[in-house]
Design a protein around this ligand. Structure first.
Ligand code: URA
Length: 252
């Protein structure tokens, strides 16, 4: 049995023959080979180990190389108390190679039930905002800072989002978007720090490494404060302009 396994392994790796003692000799070093060189004394078959890809789990999630792998690794996360009470882990949705990433705050009740971000009332408004600039959720990627629903829809503070933030950062690393639309204060402050105020930074361009980040108000805030729609409209038009310029540059 062991010989069979050996034989299969060697067959995959190199052509071989067996000598009188039954040892395996690579054909290139055997008398049957055109290249036979009796001066070379082969005592050991060279070992060529196949590189096995590590299995990605919650312990080594940082090594994930795709969004799917990352999702599978972290979906049972219990790092924080929100994990204990969630119904579904809300990883994100959309094109994993999107040029535009939208970052929200945390799942609400609807998102927790469905396992998808922005599917409730705020999500319907977000879809309209995207449609107004000729985008939809299959073109962009949508994720939240916090992946599990905070009970009673509490606004997550720094202590709440700190355990989850590395997951968003890994998503950014894998997607490599050109633009990030930050939806609300939590998304802005999670990536840039508590000193960044949404009222000051909305509609402005901030560099996140080599990614262009544009903060705007959260769609849920717009539902409560419809007068703020004007500003959001300006902000997403800025995003659209920069995105179209980027696409044009790519063509030229
Ligand atoms: N609000 C968010 O920030 N994210 C969602 O997924 C839903 C509502």
């Amino acid at each position: 049995m062991q010989n069979l396994i050996k034989e299969k392994k060697y067959k995959e790796l190199l052509e071989y023959i067996r000598d009188e003692e039954g040892e395996y000799i690579p054909l290139q070093f055997s008398e049957k080979s055109k290249n036979f060189n009796p001066k070379i004394n082969i005592t050991e078959i060279p070992k060529i180990e196949k590189q096995e890809k590590p299995i990605i789990t919650i312990e080594n999630w940082q090594e994930s190389s795709t969004m799917e792998e990352l999702n599978n690794a972290i979906k049972d996360c219990l790092r924080c108390k929100f994990g204990q009470t969630r119904n579904k882990f809300v990883f994100g949705v959309g094109n994993p190679k999107a040029d535009i990433l939208l970052v929200g705050e945390a799942p609400g009740a609807d998102e927790d039930m469905k396992g998808e971000p922005f599917v409730g009332k705020a999500g319907q408004l977000l879809d309209k905002i995207l449609a107004a600039i000729n985008l939809d959720r299959n073109i962009v990627y949508i994720a939240n800072v916090v992946k599990c629903r905070p009970p009673l829809n509490k606004t997550p503070d720094e202590d709440d989002y700190t355990p989850c933030l590395p997951y968003l950062k890994k998503q950014i690393e894998l997607i490599k978007p050109k633009f990030i639309l930050l939806l609300g204060a939590v998304a802005l402050q999670a990536l840039f720090g508590k000193t960044y105020k949404i009222t000051h930074w909305r509609g402005k361009v901030i560099n996140y490494g080599d990614i262009i980040a544009i903060p705007t108000y959260h769609p849920a805030y717009l539902l409560r404060t419809p007068s703020a729609k004007k500003e959001v409209w300006e902000d997403v038009q800025l995003l659209q302009k920069m995105y179209l310029e980027f696409k044009q540059e790519k063509k030229d």
